[in-house]
Design a protein around this ligand. Sequence first.
Ligand code: HEM
Length: 119
Amino acid sequence: MTHAHITTWVLALVLFFVALSLHKSGKAKGAKIVQMILRLFYLLIIATGALLLHSIASISIEYVLKSLIGIWVIGSLEMVLVRTAKGKETKIAWIQLVISLVIVLYLGLKLPLGLYLFQ
Ligand code: HEM
C-alpha cells in the first residue's frame, strides 16, 4: 500500500506542474481538464493514506500529524492552481506548499512503514 500511496502523490505532483504550465501558456481548457484529473488523485492520495492508517495497530500523534499535513499539501496544491488561474498573488500559497511538502516527506519517511530514510 505504501507503493500505491507514493505512486498517487508522485503522479499528483506531475499533474500539478502540467496544469500549472498549461495555465501559464494560456491553455485554460487543457489546464481545467488536467486539474479535474488532479482532483481525482487527491481522493486517491487520501484513500491510500487512510488504508495505511487502517493497517497500523496503534496510531500515534506522528501519524495524525503526517495525515493532517498531507491534507495541507493537497490544500496548498489546490490554492496555487486556483490563484494562478484567477491571476492572483501565489507567493503565500507556494510557501505553504514547500513547507508542508518538506514536513510531510520527512514525517512519511521517518514513520516505520515502507521506506525508512530518517531514524
Ligand atoms: C500530497 C500529500 C502527501 C504526500 C506527499 C505524502 C507522502 C508520504 C510519504 C513520503 C510516505 C512514506 C512512504 C514510505 O515510507 O514508503 C507516506 C506514508 C504515509 N502517509 Fe502520506 N502523503 C500525503 C498525503 C497523505 C494523507 C492525506 C494521508 C492520510 C489520510 C496520509 C497518510 C499516510 C500514512 C498513514 C503513511 C504511513 C506512514 C509510515 O510510513 O508508517 N498521507 N506519505
